[in-house]
Write a protein that binds this ligand. Sequence first.
Ligand code: XMP
Length: 319
Amino acid sequence: DWTMAEFRATKIQEIREQVGSGRVICGLSGGVDSAVAAVLIHEAIGHQLTCVFVDHGLMRHGEAEQVVSLFRNHYNIPLVHVDVEDLFLGGLAGVTDPEAKRKFIGKTFIDVFETEAKKVGGADFLAQGTLYPDVIESVSFTGGPSVTIKSHHNVGGLPERMNMKLVEPLRELFKDEVRELGRELGLPEAFVGRHPFPGPGLAIRIPGEVTKERCDILRKADLIYLEEIRNAGLYDAIWQAFAVLLPVRTVGVMGDGRTYDNVCALRAVTSTDGMTADIYPFDAAFLSRVATRIINEVRGINRVVYDYTSKPPGTIEWE
Ligand code: XMP
């Protein structure tokens, strides 16, 4: 029986003991977990921490700006913003296998962290916002044989040759507890309440090859979908909602012309910890409004479908 204030104090002590006088690098993904980890570690060790926002070009619309402004303006925590879109998209060219994408992204994150660590005179530790469910899911099905479902990049997707030791202060926590800790640390409610966003970003929401053009199409569709969810007052009732750009083209008709464009799938689930999930039962009018807007406003998409798969048997992300 503990409170978040106690947890905060205990973790700060633990982080200080683990790190000593070493240097820590913390990657910010745009999500709540890495932001909470960074703020907590900063409170523990101050300037021994370097926060790095790896802008891999796989973020949602506006995400980079929001994270950078949270750290620089709200907290005044120094933040290195590295633009490595070309490195990530270049390496993802031609890659279609989901685990290959995850492995490449995990490895490239580490390359970037190591490069940034050198610039500050080296780092002994890499901090990550790994949560308890990430730990479990990257290891095995509970109770079954040890089978990796997918390599969450902040756990199993890391390369083995990594030189830095891991600092993972949130490893025992579930999402709702991380949000509580975030509030305890003074993160703005709008940031704390954000839907989870995976480290590999839009790359795992674009089955098949990831290109800048496809990322741009997906960002537009995703923005419209989330805007409609917010306008309908549904954002906080949903664990996670996002669009997926399928590698399938279908025939359509617009005005008096034929179209032959991509299919976009919409996903929204409720969950308490991300380990199981149910589909969110939107009403038909809501879904048709979103579909119409996406098809009318996003060039490159001419058909929208809704994903009716719970977890299990589906996972939340498509890859
Ligand atoms: P799945 O797709 O495994 O997702 O049902 C469960 C939750 O984890 C998020 N997710 C990730 N988060 N790095 C992360 O930090 C990852 O590689 C990753 N893969 C999935 C997913 O968005 C969902 O909330």
